[in-house]
Design a protein around this ligand. Structure first.
Ligand code: 5RP
Length: 216
């Protein structure tokens, strides 16, 4: 394993051990960090709510029982992030699954458990990563012009369609007020959802290069 992969695995396995009990309904996020959590969940008697087609396939391959957010609410959600600030606010959507991820995470009874390696921690959002925004293909160029008023640069994610059949615009620049921006962006007609997660984050579990785990 690469060093970053072993840190991801450490955080994922720690979170599953600490927060998951048999019989629980768990929202399952998307991405390379979550992959390690899915492996760890396989041995537990849980019911998963997958947040992407990719996660659904991985769960099915390991025999994890599944349901949907329409049938029941998860106790907790386990998911990765692209950036995490010290107030537990996130940028997500590097994998393009942000809309389903938020639809599940914000409904978790006891909140979202974020798993990540050390390099994802930042002192402000937008520092290293761009902010993904899911948009309707019908009006994507019009939405891009609206977003260009707020960001330094906005790029269409090339050759990519979300599980919902939409496009992603990646927005570069510092995020000043995450709570306000999260709400404001969703007021733009044609925006489905944005990758700012400012609510319902219960715990952040960080795998450190030293081999230790930090929780805050
Ligand atoms: C997908 C996400 C992922 O959680 C995020 O991109 C982190 O991925 P990885 O664990 O592969 O670094 O938000 O939409």
């Amino acid at each position: 394993l690469k060093l970053s992969d072993s840190q991801k695995k450490l955080a994922a396995e720690y979170a599953v051990e600490k927060f998951v009990k048999g019989g629980m309904t768990i929202g399952i996020g998307t991405g390379s960090t979550v992959k390690f959590a899915i492996d760890a969940l396989a041995g537990k008697n849980v019911i998963g709510i997958p947040t992407s087609k990719d996660t659904e396939e991985k769960c099915l391959a390991l025999g994890i029982k599944l349901t949907t957010i329409n049938e029941r609410l998860p106790e907790i959600v386990i998911d990765g992030a692209d950036e995490i600030d010290l107030k537990k606010r996130l940028i997500k959507g590097g994998g393009g699954a942000l809309t389903r991820e938020k639809a599940v995470a914000y409904r978790a009874k006891r909140g979202l458990i974020v798993i990540a390696h050390e390099a994802k921690l930042v002192d402000y959002l937008g520092k290293r990563f761009y902010l993904p925004v899911e948009v309707l293909p019908f009006c994507w160029k019009a939405v891009r012009r609206d977003l260009e008023e707020r960001f330094e640069r906005v790029e269409l994610r090339e050759n990519f369609t979300t599980d919902n059949g939409n496009f992603i615009l990646d927005c570069y620049g510092r995020v000043g007020e995450p709570e306000k921006l999260e709400k404001d962006l969703n007021q733009i007609p044609g925006v489905l959802e944005n990758g700012l997660f400012t609510r319902n984050v219960a715990k952040v579990v960080i795998g450190r290069e030293s081999g230790e785990v930090d929780i805050f």
